[in-house]
Design a protein around this ligand. Structure first.
Ligand SMILES: NC(=O)c1ccc[n+]([C@@H]2O[C@H](COP(=O)([O-])OP(=O)(O)OC[C@H]3O[C@@H](n4cnc5c(N)ncnc54)[C@H](OP(=O)(O)O)[C@@H]3O)[C@@H](O)[C@H]2O)c1
Length: 501
């Protein structure tokens, strides 16, 4: 469904930054090439430094050249580059935002519906909004004004609430678009559609039939040169707090009454708020953390590569010790009738043997067991690297004996010639369309921090040595402490036979 986009100006703060160079500018270009930007759509990039219009357009061209190494359509380029403008907003100039307002008041050049994309440091989110408000650039009496807030939205519940309080002095909830770029991924959006557009799944989607659910995001990469950022953040806050809990919400929520943003968010909020709070007095049975030690991983060229451990990488950058986790596995329960008693194991780790994002659902034992260790049925929704849905069944081995083997029905979600859309393209389009369904409501953000904060706090207070796992290996054996039953195990690669630990 193509939605109508009003003529608008996208005001891009931080347009010279890394995110903009790699994702935002190329994404906007691709939207233009796909005919998804209205004729009257202009991009005003805002930065601290003085840059001439020609120099800025040359810089935008360099971003596109770097991204599209095989070239691009010249006619689209001419159209796209003409949309691009630049405004310098030096932090030392007290009048900077008034000057920006004066520039934007040129209605012939700048459509007056304004979407602000704050691709700046999180400490700058509230100050930018306050200054926009002070000069009247958030006033919606004649045109809409929307503000996209990059992640993270706070670093814990109190800081998220502080940020929210500062923003809502100037903005209504309907004007705030809090990003979690996972929600822009087609494969993540497919979770909800797969559940609710197939009659065969819904009857099974409950505690009568499902044994447990695993939500996994594993990477082969380490922290790279982001040691300072990562050490202050950790796996729980980096991946679990938003991306993985949002994935869980889509897997477990009730069916929304329709596909409007309000209905979808209502069900996600209800679900997130019904996750049972972690009992920190029993944390060791519900959550496990670890750090990668030196080891050997599979590099992108397919060859093995020796890599340093996390603590060694920190030492190299002058940090003597740390108990920040690079591996986190948490067991969650949802206190509602559908999910009572079903554990959700949510894990994320760096430097694992494989990179994989997946939802793996194990069904309960079959009514007829031909052998004690008969394979359970699994449904796997794989998000990366391969988008597919896979179901595993038992099936008779042809021959004289009564015996079964596991049959795997594998449906690639992505087919030849399907569009590949980056999540930022979807999300920027949604911002201009005024569709917040793939953005986070403040109640979701708060529910997520409420769940995660006690674990982060308990782990920060526990100064004992953190378990070390060898880079390139599978989950540490000790992580199994969170399993509810002895026959549960971490599910790996979507290939059959790659599943057992
Ligand atoms: N959703 C995600 O997965 C994801 C991924 C990456 C980043 N992010 C978020 O996106 C935002 C931008 O990330 P980025 O990697 O593009 O950041 P970046 O490259 O460090 O900087 C973005 C812009 O901020 C301005 N800036 C940098 N240092 C500044 C300073 N000391 N004072 C004032 N302005 C400064 C610069 O613009 P000027 O010099 O032109 O003013 C720069 O272009 C951040 O909030 C980040 O957390 C999110």
């Amino acid at each position: 469904m193509t939605k109508q986009i009003d003529p608008c100006t996208l005001v891009l703060f931080g347009a010279s930054g890394n995110l903009s160079r790699i994702k935002l500018m190329p994404g906007l270009f691709r939207l233009d090439a796909a005919g998804r930007l209205p004729d009257h759509m202009v991009i005003l990039s805002v930065g601290r430094g003085e840059v001439s219009l020609d120099a800025w357009r040359a810089d935008v061209k360099s971003m596109l050249d770097a991204k599209f190494k095989n070239g691009y359509d010249q006619a689209v380029f001419e159209r796209f580059i003409a949309r691009n403008h630049y405004h310098a907003n030096p932090p030392t100039d007290p009048d900077a935002f008034n000057k920006m307002k004066a520039k934007l008041s040129d209605e012939k050049t700048f459509p007056q519906n304004l979407a602000y994309f704050l691709s700046v440091r999180p400490t700058d989110f509230a100050p930018v909004v306050e200054q926009l408000s002070a000069v009247g650039l958030l006033d919606e009496s004649k045109y809409w004004r929307r503000v996209l807030i990059e992640k993270p939205f706070g670093t814990d519940l109190p800081s998220a609430q502080d940020l929210q309080a500062r923003l809502t002095k100037h903005l209504k909830e309907s004007q705030i678009y809090r990003i979690d770029h996972y929600l822009g991924k087609s494969a993540v959006q497919n979770i909800m559609l797969t559940r609710f557009t197939n009659a065969i799944l819904e009857p099974l989607w409950n505690n009568a039939h499902i044994d447990h659910v695993q939500i996994t995001n594993n990477e082969t990469l380490g922290v790279g040169d982001r040691t300072t950022f990562y050490d202050a953040t950790g796996a729980l806050r980096d991946m679990f707090q938003s991306h993985l809990l949002q994935t869980l919400a889509l897997v477990a929520m009730e069916q929304p009454k329709d596909l409007t943003p309000e209905s979808i968010r209502t069900e996600k909020i209800k679900l997130l708020e019904s996750i049972r709070p972690i009992d920190v007095s029993n944390l060791n049975k519900q959550a496990f953390r670890a750090q990668y030690a030196a080891g050997r991983v599979c590099a992108s060229d397919g060859h093995g590569e020796n890599v340093a451990g996390y603590l060694e990488e920190l030492k190299r950058d002058g940090v003597e010790s740390s108990n920040t986790e690079t591996y986190a596995a948490v067991k969650l329960f949802i206190d509602n009738p559908r999910w009572k008693g079903v554990p959700f194991y949510v894990r994320t780790a760096k430097r694992m043997h494989e990179g994989n994002t997946a939802i793996a659902i194990r069904f309960k034992k079959a009514p007829m067991l031909l052998k004690d260790d008969q394979h359970h049925n699994w449904l796997i929704i794989n998000i990366q690297p391969r988008e597919c849905i896979k179901m595993e069944f038992e099936s008779k081995i042809p021959g004289l004996d009564i015996a079964t083997r596991t049959l795997s029905v594998d449906g690639p979600q992505r087919q030849k010639d399907d569009e590949t859309i980056d999540s930022y393209e979807t999300l920027m389009l949604n911002l201009m369309e005024g569709d917040p369904s793939q953005y986070l409501h403040i109640n979701e953000v708060e529910a997520q921090w409420r769940l995660v904060d006690p674990i982060v706090k308990a782990w920060a207070q526990d100064k004992g040595p953190v378990h070390q796992y060898r880079a390139g290996n599978r989950d540490p054996e000790e992580s199994k402490v969170i399993f509810e039953s002895e026959d549960q195990f971490w599910r790996y690669s979507i290939e059959l036979g790659g599943d057992q630990h």
